[in-house]
Design a protein around this ligand. Structure first.
Ligand SMILES: *[C@@H]1O[C@H](CO)[C@@H](O)[C@H](O)[C@H]1NC(C)=O
Ligand SMILES: *[C@@H]1O[C@H](CO)[C@@H](O)[C@H](O)[C@H]1NC(C)=O
Ligand SMILES: *[C@@H]1O[C@H](CO)[C@@H](O)[C@H](O)[C@H]1NC(C)=O
Ligand SMILES: *[C@@H]1O[C@H](CO)[C@@H](O)[C@H](O)[C@H]1NC(C)=O
Ligand SMILES: *[C@@H]1O[C@H](CO)[C@@H](O)[C@H](O)[C@H]1NC(C)=O
Length: 455
């Protein structure tokens, strides 16, 4: 037992000793080969693919990275991911692989990637396993290794859909070394650029996507701390700023919803006596909005906040619901008590319940209140729909929204005043009461003569 412990201690000391020792690796310059196969064999004959270049010197290996972005495929808001077709290019120097041959004339030559040491760089925010479509692994005379891989990758995105469908997103591609900390591997961008070609300066904009425009491509180089105070990893980030082209949602959602909300003000033009027509119109529009809600929920993830589109759908929903409620009130005011009243004393009841003395004139509240409500809403509701649309989709400051509210209230008051004036000009039914003595000895009966206009 003791022997085992001693042996283990000795083994550990040896390992630590070798590991901590400052070994300066020999730089072999391989020369004089007549073919590349022989050159490759010779280069890797004493090569240790497990140790990084410069291991033991105390210096970190610098890996230069570059992303060649071919196509930004699509952003899936439901999954919170985006797909990118790209090449990940890595370049580093391995002093063990310096050679000098006249065969290449300064060109790089392809070597078997399994023979050499390779950094374990991966995308930190990848949402699916990294599988290279194609790869190329090249070596240049100065020991410069170049590793390019083609990926069709799905990345996780942190989406903020508050302004949907007028939203902009920042999509990150984060490169980090999996097992080497920043004391052993440092990631840096290629001197020729982090992203190639630069989609902003390149007029052909290789990143074109049908639903998005690319605004900016930013690069950064930082360190990432996995466990606070423990290990830091070198981290490279490319942030792509994209803005949604909202045309699809404007033609398929916003314009139809806008029209439906406007159409709901058509019900105020329908006679309040046509109960089934008005209720039918309101309920049909309500169902149309509900079907839009279903459609939209298939396009958007379940989030804890309302997007602009949600707000607009809710506003349209409210306008139609308001139309139904308004009709209920109008109907109730117009026909209150009529169904329950007995035919015999209907007239008498009507006189007491429906007429109110206003100076010498009796004003028919049953007719002018519903008329004022319907007539004013014919104009106020379309204004309200436009205001709702502007509040949802225009980029308004708090002041702008307050201003819009004030404008809406002022316009509504103006419309109300105008229509009230109009109604009192021709619409309000004034009634004069005459006492008529009935010939055959009955009690005096009150007869109402309806007449229009001011007397
Ligand atoms: C490559 O060179 C080596 C020795 O330099 C030789 O043995 C081998 O036959 C050569 N291979 C070819 C394909 O020429
Ligand atoms: C290792 O050796 C190199 C060159 O001989 C020297 O510059 C470096 O400081 C050494 N590192 C350590 C950790 O001793
Ligand atoms: C490479 O070889 C050529 C001739 O074989 C020689 O002139 C040159 O100096 C060598 N270069 C290096 C870096 O060894
Ligand atoms: C590693 O990252 C940490 C945190 O940013 C930093 O303090 C440290 O200097 C870095 N080490 C090296 C060798 O760059
Ligand atoms: C990183 O971005 C800055 C600002 O956009 C730019 O000036 C710089 O050239 C970029 N660096 C690389 C390596 O692409």
């Amino acid at each position: 037992m003791r022997n085992v412990v001693v042996a283990a201690c000795i083994a550990l000391t040896c390992v630590l000793g070798v590991y901590g020792q400052n070994i300066t690796l020999p730089t072999t310059v391989v020369t004089g080969y007549t073919n590349l196969t022989a050159l490759e064999l010779s280069l890797f004959s004493k090569y240790d693919a497990l140790s990084r270049p410069g291991a033991g010197t105390g210096d970190p290996t610098v890996i230069q990275c570059q992303l060649k972005l071919n196509k930004f495929e699509d952003l899936d808001p439901l999954a919170g991911t985006f797909t990118m077709d790209l090449y990940l290019r890595l370049q580093w120097t391995d002093p063990r692989l310096v050679f000098n041959t006249s065969l290449l004339d300064g060109e790089a030559f392809h070597v078997d990637p399994d023979l050499a040491w390779k950094p374990d760089i991966y995308f930190y925010n990848e949402a699916a396993a990294m599988t290279a479509l194609d790869a190329s692994f090249k070596l240049k005379a100065a020991g410069l290794l170049y590793w390019s891989r083609h990926f069709l990758m799905v990345f996780a995105a942190d989406l903020d859909l508050t302004k949907f469908p007028y939203d902009s997103q920042s999509l990150d591609l984060q490169l980090v070394s999996y097992s080497y900390d920043n004391a052993t591997i440092i990631l840096d961008w290629f001197s020729t650029g982090a992203v190639f070609p630069d989609p902003i300066s390149d007029p052909t904009n290789p990143l074109k996507a049908d639903l998005w425009t690319i605004n900016s491509v930013d690069n950064s180089s930082t360190n990432m701390n996995e466990v606070v105070g423990q290990t830091d990893y070198s981290l490279l980030t490319v942030s792509i700023g994209v803005t949604r082209i909202p045309t699809y949602y404007v033609t398929r959602y916003i314009i139809p919803l806008f029209v439906i909300a406007l159409a709901s003000s058509a019900q105020y033009w329908i006679d309040s006596a046509a109960v089934s027509t008005r209720v039918g119109a309101g309920v049909t529009l309500l169902l149309a909005i509900v079907s839009f809600m279903f459609l939209l929920s298939g396009d958007l993830p379940k989030v804890s906040y309302n997007t602009r589109m949600d707000n607009f759908v809710l506003a349209c929903f409210f306008f139609i619901f308001f139309g139904l409620c308004e009709f209920a009130v109008v109907h109730w005011i117009s026909f209150e008590g009529e169904d329950t009243a007995e035919p015999g004393n209907k007239n008498e009841q009507a006189e007491h319940a429906e007429f109110e003395r206003d100076g010498s004139i009796l004003v028919d509240k049953k007719r002018w209140i519903p008329q004022l409500m319907d007539t004013s809403l014919r104009f106020i509701q379309p204004v309200g729909v436009v205001v709702a649309w502007a509040m949802c989709f225009a980029d308004l400051s708090t002041g702008g929204i307050a201003g819009l509210w004030v404008a809406f209230v002022v316009v509504s008051l103006f419309i109300l005043a105008w229509i009230y004036h109009d109604i009192s000009g021709y619409g309000i039914v004034r009634n004069e009461v005459h006492e008529v003595h009935v010939e055959d000895g009955g009690s005096p009966e009150t007869i109402v003569h309806e007449s229009h206009g001011v007397h």
